[in-house]
Design a protein around this ligand. Structure first.
Ligand code: BDP
Length: 720
């Protein structure tokens, strides 16, 4: 071995060993929540690498552990090699050394960069096969090698045979990123897992080892980008002081093929730059951004780009100067021209118009701009037209901007899904949207095909997830919320995976390989979202009122604008319930293709999950279930809340296969979930009853509290 190889070899080992490898030093030692403890504390996520117990599979794997062959010198390939070493050591108990001189050798794992034209997304796809007595992991790119390596390790963690091994996979979407809504003071907007991972006050000198563990968790799923700060952005991230801090984080991410992005404050030229305006058509403003972008690239040569929330919820934007979203986005895109970076412009907008339907706002503002955005711009659209509700129809923007790359924004953090005390597996939410048919080019024009570019030929494609991470020892607060991070990552790579497949994988990697226990947990996870919807917002109700987004408050009718109240959304009155979005109402349905309208136009044919999204339905109207609206609502609220008991039973049945610490943590959270599910049920039922004026149908437990009592408990919850 040459001196250089020796150095690389030790670097590989360091990369691996410094990280998860059961080393609590990677954790934030500042908070009690961050303390390491005995049992499985969840820190290692899905990269636990428990020793392989299946003897015959283990002996198969051992045949390929005489060396790791890797002649490529790049940093990311070296990361992959280091990861393999760590993984093999823990899975098989064997130290395997890496070498660059392996010609003619067999019995190893070879990481090989393929030459030739790129045929996949930036060459990020990989292939794993047996050849010449070796396992070959190959790709056209370093990132692909890393993803292939993690795929191989996943295969081994799941103790699957490698006889006849031949796997190939490439990502369907090019930019797969997390959006952190983390503030510079360490708080996280809509974060329920502690404080921010990013310690801005320590950076750039101290680089928390946890950043490495964060990066490897993401890279293991194929995530290749991270936006570090909140979309309600602080201008300070554009200062040189903060750019160097960001650069220190970026240098960790880079080793794992992850590009770093920043959210920007549109008025920064004024507030930070001292200009008199932030008008995107002003030459000085344009020059300021160009210089700013150049300054960033000097420190972060692989900088990913900007994410922008503009003219939304009080944030500044181009409309402050009579300009359009396209004017604003294109000005920034121009600043990125010399570089690889992109501009991700969010379509989450809605005006304070008392007569408008918020549902329609993004479409009305953005569709007229189709074709006007610079090719470096991607417009990022939330999955639904309102705001990450437990169930929403797909946003009508999908399919209606054929000349503008549209990226998907999913929310992983459980803003409307019970924070960190409710178990809600989100893959079915993501899948439901991706599989929805827009019909823009006939049947089969799914949202997934818009997002992956296949429908309109977008070359820049994106899927973003609003992160649910924090400095809690287990990263996500609720242990099962890790599955949502995992599911997002896997679906951003391949949206054709099923919720069931992803759950099975995650459970085996993270919780247990005990099959019986796994089945109980899987069925619990797969039903969890429907159960939540039933006790929280059944039959197409929604509840995006201001405040904490947690306590039930359907009576809330005071806000600085009508769409910042609860009553705006459910429209309960003495005749019935729901938002009429047909021609007799706001006609938001007209934003969809006729085939979609047909599904949702007629209240008697609209599938129940979407009914109150589109119709104001009379309390006594008979539904397809044979029950009246009122009876159906009560049935849902009650069976939903009761089903949490079923979840508790499933969890208990899985206990023999679970780590005691994880078992107890989730069991306790389920008790909270049960109590809160009843709270929500009672709040809704008692409140809606004041309009429906009917008793709760027979067979359901009579209410133990009055509406006034529930209101009081909600007020206590909301008290400062
Ligand atoms: C809403 C959140 C708010 C975010 C906003 C957004 O309540 O905190 O800033 O979305 O996405 O869901 O910009």
């Amino acid at each position: 071995m040459t001196k250089r190889h020796l150095l690389l070899f030790f670097a590989c080992i360091l990369i691996g060993l410094k990280s998860f490898a059961a080393d609590p030093s990677g954790a934030d030692a500042s908070g009690a929540d961050a303390m390491a403890s005995e049992g499985d504390d969840g820190y290692r996520l899905w990269l636990k690498y428990e020793p392989v117990t299946n003897a015959s599979v283990k002996s198969e794997y051992l045949k390929y552990t005489t060396f790791i062959g890797c002649s490529a010198k790049g940093e990311i390939v070296q990361t992959a090699s280091g990861e393999l070493q760590v993984g093999l050591k823990q899975l098989l108990g064997k130290s395997v050394s890496a070498t660059s001189s392996f010609a003619g050798r067999s019995g190893g794992i070879v990481l090989r960069i393929e030459t030739g034209a790129d045929t996949t997304q930036q060459g990020e796809g990989y292939r794993i096969q047996l050849s010449g007595g070796n396992i070959i992991v190959s790709s056209k790119s370093e990132n692909g090698i890393l993803y292939g390596t993690f795929a191989l390790l996943r295969h081994m963690q799941m103790q699957q045979t490698i006889k006849g091994l031949s796997m190939a996979s490439s990502p369907k979407v090019r930019y797969r990123m997390l959006n952190h809504w983390d503030n510079p003071d360490g708080t996280i907007e809509r974060g329920y897992a502690g404080q921010s991972l990013w310690k801005w006050y320590e950076l750039p000198e101290r680089v928390d080892p946890r950043y490495t563990d964060y990066a490897r968790a993401n890279a293991s799923l194929g995530i290749n980008g991270t936006v570090l700060n909140n979309v309600n952005a602080s201008a300070r991230f554009m200062s040189q002081e903060y750019i160097v801090k960001v650069a220190a984080v970026a240098s960790v991410m880079r080793k794992y093929g992850i590009k770093t992005y920043l959210s920007v404050y549109f008025a920064a030229p004024k507030t930070l730059g001292g200009l008199t305006t932030s008008d995107p058509l002003d030459p000085q403003v344009r020059a300021w951004w160009k210089e700013k972008v150049a300054q960033i690239y000097k420190e972060i040569p692989d900088f990913g780009g900007f994410l922008v929330k503009a003219n939304s919820e009080g944030e500044p934007g181009p409309q402050d100067y009579g300009r359009t979203h396209a004017d604003g986005a294109n000005m920034l895109a121009e600043a990125f021209k010399p570089y690889d970076g992109i501009v991700v412009w969010r379509a989450f907008v809605y005006k304070a118009d008392p007569n408008a339907d918020r549902f329609k706002a993004a479409y009305e503002e953005f569709v007229p701009l189709d074709g006007k955005f610079d090719p470096k711009v991607i417009v990022q659209v939330k999955n639904g037209p309102i705001d990450f509700q437990p169930r929403e129809p797909f946003s009508p923007l999908f399919g209606n901007m054929p000349k503008t790359p549209l990226g998907m924004e999913f929310q992983i953090t459980q803003e409307y899904l019970g924070f960190a005390t409710h178990a809600v597996y989100e893959a079915p939410i993501f899948k439901e949207c991706l599989d929805s048919d827009t019909y823009v080019n006939g049947a089969g024009s799914t949202v997934a095909k818009v997002i992956d570019g296949s429908l309109h030929g977008y070359t820049r494609t994106l899927m973003a997830g609003v992160a649910n991470t924090g400095n809690s020892r287990n990263w996500t607060g609720h242990p099962l919320a890790q599955a949502n991070w995992y599911a997002f990552g896997r679906l951003s790579w391949d949206h054709q995976l099923t919720s069931e497949q992803i759950a099975r994988e995650w459970i085996a990697l993270t919780l247990t390989q005990n099959q019986k226990a796994g089945e109980h947990i899987k069925s619990f996870m797969l039903r969890s979202r429907e159960i939540y919807v039933d006790y929280n917002t059944p039959i197409g109700l929604s509840r995006p009122w201001m405040g904490v987004h947690f306590a039930p408050e359907p009576w809330q009718n005071k806000g600085s604008r009508p769409d910042w109240t609860a009553v705006y959304y459910h429209r309960a009155d003495s005749t019935g319930l729901g938002f009429d979005r047909t021609t007799s109402g706001s006609n938001a349905l007209a934003q969809y293709r006729p085939e979609v309208q047909k599904k949702w136009n007629n209240p008697d044919q609209t599938p129940l999950p979407y009914l109150l999204w589109f119709h104001h339905v009379r309390w006594d109207h008979k539904l397809s279930t044979g029950r009246s609206l009122w009876e159906e609502l009560c049935t849902r609220f009650y069976t939903g809340a009761d089903s949490v008991k079923w979840m508790q039973q499933q969890w208990d049945l899985a206990k023999p296969g679970l780590d005691p610490q994880v078992y107890t943590d989730v069991a306790e959270r389920l008790k909270v979930q049960r109590r809160e599910a009843i709270w929500w049920r009672d709040a809704w039922v008692l409140y809606l009853q004041t309009f429906a004026k009917q008793p709760v149908p027979q067979g359901f437990e009579p209410q133990k509290q009055t509406l006034e009592e529930v209101k009081k408990s909600v007020n206590v919850y909301l008290m400062r």
